[in-house]
Design a binder for this molecule. Structure first.
Ligand SMILES: Nc1ncnc2c1ncn2[C@@H]1O[C@H](COP(=O)(O)OP(=O)(O)OP(=O)(O)O)[C@@H](O)[C@H]1O
Length: 233
């Protein structure tokens, strides 16, 4: 594994992410409510739950891309420490080459995007030979690897929010992603990872968060007018 550069430690002993009383409503349906979570440095959370239970919705709320019905989330550190969110869709441009498409994603996220960085990151996910190949010519697993190459670029965010990142990966790809997660945790980072199968990561041992356990029972959905979430840096 490459040299380990630690993330800046939060000023206090506060967790990297603190969630309190979070609720999510989609249309008339309350998906979950009363969700509390403390995500500490070095922790990897396996976010599980049945189809439609709200895993993607939760990650989008945490990433600031959707609004919670109730509750609060607080990040340690300043605004520059916002999470790295990898959506289930790869968001690659079919007509661009793999390296160009990765550079586009990195630029959007404010990460380094020069040619050498992209080449190194693609090599890390086993795509050194495909770096100039048009995205449309890549297999699903190779496209997934291009998107995941963002995780091999430093500096990165201390918290990763990964929506079904193992989809379409073969055993070698799963091993590489496990290594990236383990390295991230070893640097003091943390991640929330959705998956329909248990994570294979051996260390650190993933913490399971089952959305079925925070499904609302007999609670009415919060009114639309109450749709507000307190977000503190
Ligand atoms: N834009 C939307 N408008 C209305 N309802 C939506 C929208 N997006 C998702 N939903 C609903 O919210 C619920 C939760 O969806 P979400 O994608 O968060 O679940 P999930 O746990 O990630 O599911 P899966 O395991 O299938 O990926 C689903 O019932 C879905 O139909």
């Amino acid at each position: 594994m490459a040299s380990v550069v630690p993330y800046p430690a939060p000023a206090s002993a506060a967790p990297l992410l603190q969630v309190r009383g979070l609720a999510c409503r989609r249309g008339e349906r309350l998906l979950f409510a009363g969700l509390d979570l403390d995500l500490g440095a070095g922790e990897i959370v396996w976010l599980r739950g049945p189809n439609g239970s709200g895993k993607t919705s939760l990650l989008r709320i945490l990433a600031g891309l959707a609004t919670a019905a109730e509750g609060s989330r607080r990040w340690a550190g300043d605004a520059l420490q916002r999470p790295l969110y990898l959506a289930h869709a790869n968001a690659l441009k079919d007509d661009l080459g793999a390296a160009e498409s990765l550079a586009f994603l990195l630029r959007l996220a404010g990460q380094p995007a020069d040619a050498a960085t992209c080449a190194t990151a693609l090599g890390r996910v086993g795509l050194a030979r495909q770096r100039d190949a048009a995205v449309r010519t890549l297999s699903q697993g190779q496209r997934r690897r291009v998107a995941l190459a963002r995780l091999a670029v430093e500096p990165s965010a201390p918290v990763w929010l990964l929506d079904e990142p193992f989809d379409a990966l073969d055993a070698a790809g799963i091993g590489t992603l496990d290594e990236l997660l383990a390295g991230h945790a070893a640097r003091g980072g943390a991640a929330i990872v959705t998956s329909h199968v248990p994570l294979t990561l051996a260390a650190p041992e993933p913490i399971t968060l089952d959305l079925a356990s925070v499904a609302p029972r007999g609670r009415p959905a919060p009114a639309a007018a109450a749709a507000a979430v307190a977000c503190e840096a």
